[in-house]
Design a protein around this ligand. Structure first.
Ligand code: PEP
Ligand code: MG
Length: 591
């Protein structure tokens, strides 16, 4: 039966495929397709892993029988029996075989997919005792995965190249070429990032706001995604057909042939429209009245630089360096590792400037998912970004040294997030000087850098003179500026309808920052999601913005808007919007 689920649109486009349900805790399991010739080896890996766990349990049972039969609680013996039973369960085995043989999933992915299928059945059981066996199933799956870890997969093929021919030769199920849509309750930004080269054609999560970092990474992947879809992960079943309408934020489950045809048509139209935009690749971004507009890229990893250049970016306006720090299980990248990463980004940009932001860890970007900040009531208001860096001076200095060293290889700008106090500015500047002295003492080369501040807290936007005194440039982080101005958690879907880039207070803070930057001759850019939203391009131009930093995939669409705009004429119109009680209404009405 067809039904739809409404969430928040985060990454445009339409994806049609089968649902792959993944529990958030299983996301660190590798997901890739194997070659048909690897099927037997993968089946053997699961079998060997399972046999190893069975042998382990038998050993434990023998130990109990020989050494401490009396002291061992009856429950433990019974539990071991249950685990043995589950390990030999026919449904687990046949399911795993199906995922590997018919779908060409790697062994770990097959095992966790089947775990999802059986877990659902347990959830639906009336009998409480049986329902609780789900935890046992999870435990034995964990143990099999652990046992398999020792035996790595044969040569893997992360993408699908060359599969079709082999598939036909072996007469495999042709559903293997159907696009897959990942469905999860939640995805951390780091999880999302690991799907960069992934097999998934779209993402759906139950939670998350439009500018949560997970949504931002989804957008950077340029794959249709819907977040905040509430119960999606419970309503959908493994393998259900789904359509993601990433523009409207709608998920259609089990679509009828008519609906499928309609969305298929829209998908092709969108692809054609995108294809047409590529004609603008080499066109300079100049408005009708001759204003040159700087269109920059936001990146998460050094290798994203290539996509940025290809998309026609004139530089990187925001390199979110924290992605190098996430999911490292406490082992943070040292100075040399960071230096090489920043250098790769700088060289990848081929002489164009790269703005590297110092680490912005905290809030919805925990260092590790397992150490998510549960101890603080309001992590978004807590020890985040520069606040964290200043409490970890050794870590911060090694990052600063790495950035300064990377500046030998091309133009680099340093960007500092979440500043609000003059004392934080002074401490930061002192540490940058100190990093230079340390490099001098070591005799290590470093390059000149411009230093900028993010304006993303209202208090910063209201005390600009101190920022303009110390910094070479400013970058407005509208994602946080909106969150902190309106007191809306950007990652919380329950208040997402109140997260409003067009609130008069937000617009005034932006306009004021642009005006004061201009008056002092200091460049100001916007690197929050507003910069890549084509419905806001004209307004931002009218408010005086000349430098936009966004996901590379958005650059051409924004350029198209720039080419159609007369910045001078937009000024008066933008002023009217600024003076309106409800700018959104006026903007939509186009008056
Ligand atoms: C912002 O806050 O607008 C910004 C660009 O930084 P981030 O989204 O990483 O917080
Ligand atoms: Mg921010």
């Amino acid at each position: 039966m067809t039904f739809s689920i409404h969430g928040l649109p985060v990454a445009r486009g339409i994806a049609i495929g089968r649902a792959v349900l993944v529990a958030s805790s299983r996301l660190d399991v590798a997901h890739y397709f194997i070659e048909p010739t690897q099927v037997v080896a993968e089946l053997n890996r699961v079998r060997d892993g399972r046999d190893a766990v069975i042998a382990e349990i038998h050993r434990l049972q023998e130990n109990i029988a020989h050494h401490s039969p009396k002291e061992t609680p009856h429950e433990l013996s019974a539990l071991l029996e249950v685990h043995l039973m589950l390990l030999q369960d026919e449904e687990l085995e046949s399911g795993v075989r199906h995922w590997i043989k018919d779908r060409l999933y790697n062994a770990e992915w097959a095992l966790t997919s089947q775990l999802e299928v059986i877990s659902r059945q347990f959830d639906e059981m009336q009998d409480e005792y049986l329902r609780e066996r789900k935890a046992d199933l999870e435990q034995i799956t964990e143990r099999i995965l652990r046992a398999m870890r020792g035996v790595s997969s044969p040569l893997v093929q992360p993408l699908r190249a060359g599969r079709k021919a082999a598939q036909q030769e072996l007469l495999l199920d042709d559903t293997v070429d159907v696009p897959l849509i990942l469905v999860a309750h939640d995805l951390s930004p780091a999880d999302m990032l690991q799907f960069k080269q992934s097999v998934f054609a779209g993402f759906i999560t139950d939670v998350g706001g439009k500018t949560s970092h997970t949504a931002i990474v989804a957008r950077s992947l340029d794959i249709p995604a819907v977040v905040g879809a509430r119960l999606a992960s419970q309503l959908l079943r493994q393998d259900d057909w789904v359509i993601i309408d990433g523009d409207a934020g709608v998920v259609v489950v089990d679509p009828s042939p008519i609906i499928l045809a309609e969305y298929g048509f829209r998908q092709r139209q969108a692809e054609l429209a995108r294809g047409r935009l590529t004609r603008l690749l080499h066109t300079p971004a100049v408005t009708l009245d001759g204003q040159h507009i700087e269109l920059l890229a936001n990146i998460e990893m050094p290798d994203d630089a290539a996509a940025a250049v290809q998309a026609g970016a004139m530089g990187v306006g925001l390199f979110r360096s924290e992605f190098l720090f996430m999911g490292r299980h406490g082992k943070l990248p040292n100075e040399d590792e960071q230096y090489l990463a920043y250098r790769r980004a700088v060289e990848g940009m081929q002489g164009l400037p790269v703005t590297i932001r110092t680490v912005d860890i905290g809030a919805d970007k925990p260092l590790d998912e397992s150490v998510r900040d549960l101890g603080h009531l309001n992590p978004a208001l807590g020890l985040r970004a520069i606040r964290w860096s200043l409490t970890e001076p050794a870590m911060f200095l090694s990052q600063l040294r790495a950035m300064l060293r990377a500046a030998v290889h091309g133009p680099v700008q340093l960007l500092i997030p979440m500043l609000v106090h003059a004392s934080e500015i002074r401490q930061t500047m002192a540490l940058i000087d100190h990093a230079r002295v340390q490099l001098d003492n070591r005799g290590v080369a470093y390059g000149p850098v411009k230093i900028g501040a993010m304006i993303e807290i209202p208090a910063a936007a209201l005390t600009l003179p101190v920022f303009l005194k110390y910094f070479d440039f400013l970058s407005i982080g509208t994602n946080d500026l909106i969150q902190y101005t309106l007191a809306i958690d950007r990652a919380d879907e329950s208040v997402a309808h109140l997260y409003d880039p067009l609130h008069p207070a937000v617009l005034r803070l932006i306009a004021n920052t642009l005006a004061q930057g201009k008056a002092q001759g200091k460049p100001v850019s916007v690197c929050g999601e507003m910069a890549g939203d084509v419905t806001l391009t004209k307004l931002l131009l009218g408010l005086g913005l000349r430098s936009f930093s966004m996901h590379p995939a958005q650059i051409l669409a924004v350029k198209q808007e720039v080419l159609r705009s007369d910045a001078g004429k937009l000024e008066a119109w933008a002023q009217q919007i600024l003076d309106d009680d409800e700018p959104a209404r006026r903007l939509v009405a186009g008056i």
